[in-house]
Ligand binder design. Structure first.
Ligand code: ADP
Length: 265
């Protein structure tokens, strides 16, 4: 039987130094590229976040508020350019491992309405997958039918594509071991939730609260909210620490790994 499609989202916290300014993490990227290569999945879509390439500029130009004044258009252009630079670095890391990958620019194939994806031309991406190419998308600033433009997170793209491509897995690689009962960076008592069902997740959501880092897409809370529609459709979700060696490899091979598994029931 042929393998199902996997959407692998790599957080900006993993592939960039979040405290720097437009600073990629080449060591992390090349290790992850080699894990992706070793896992050898047939149908893989890669989505990455912005980290220090996206968030500081998006914040500076208040892009999360939508189009308010012409000064923000410079921000639209600059965030977009920064994300293309990061995307190029990611694609180059993958190619260096001998894999085939093509960067796909969300702002030219997605339109949102009030921040939510309304249309997404996925035909080229699907064709690439059929050919054995890994499409590499990223969180971007995209045209929005109500707001002029909107920030579209890599998490929303991953969830949307998980549903649209009828994926088997969405794997979220981030900088903590999974979903905890509280923010593990601030609460030493927080416990890792190893397996959660949709009902359990909905109960936990109220207790999680929002991460207060300088992140216009709202940390773990935002991720979980984005993932719910995909989980409802039966896509399996696994959150792992992509900063730790071999976690992404094991997740891609569907092997047992430390992390949070989220299933519909
Ligand atoms: P990424 O850049 O990988 O997409 P984010 O920084 O947006 O990740 O979100 C992950 C962060 O969310 C973690 O580093 C963690 O500090 C924070 N966080 C807040 N609440 C939780 C929680 N309940 N469980 C896990 N992480 C949490």
């Amino acid at each position: 039987m042929s393998e199902g499609t996997v959407i692998l989202k790599l957080g900006g916290s993993v592939i960039t130094f979040k405290d720097g300014f437009m600073e990629a993490n080449p060591a992390s990227l090349s290790r992850l590229a080699s894990e992706i290569h070793e896992a050898g999945r047939e149908k893989l879509v890669l989505v990455h976040g912005g980290g220090s390439f996206g968030h500081p500029l998006a914040f500076k130009y208040k892009l999360h508020e939508g189009f308010r004044d012409y000064g923000q258009l410079e921000g639209f252009s600059r965030v977009h350019l920064a994300m293309r630079k990061l995307n190029r670095i990611v694609v180059e890391s993958i190619l260096a491992q001998g894999l085939k990958a093509v960067g796909i620019q969300p702002s030219s194939c997605v339109i949102t309405r009030s921040g939510r994806i309304e249309r997404f031309e996925t035909t080229p991406l699907e064709k690439m997958l059929e050919l054995g190419i890994t499409p590499v998308l990223y969180g971007d600033v995209v045209p929005d039918l109500e707001r002029g433009f909107s920030i579209l997170s890599g998490d929303q793209i991953a969830s949307y594509l998980g549903i649209r491509l009828n994926a088997e897995w969405i794997i979220l690689g981030t900088d903590v071991d999974g979903l905890y009962t509280g923010d593990p960076k601030r609460d030493p008592e927080a416990k890792l939730l190893e397996k959660v069902t949709l009902d359990g997740l909905k109960r936990i959501i109220d207790e999680i609260g929002e991460s207060s880092t300088l992140d216009v897409t709202k940390g773990m809370y935002g991720k979980i909210m984005e993932l719910i529609p995909a989980i409802e459709k039966g896509v399996k979700v696994l959150i792992v620490n992509a900063k730790e060696r071999d976690r992404v490899l094991k997740a891609l091979r569907s092997e047992k790994v430390r992390g949070t598994l989220i299933l519909r029931s």
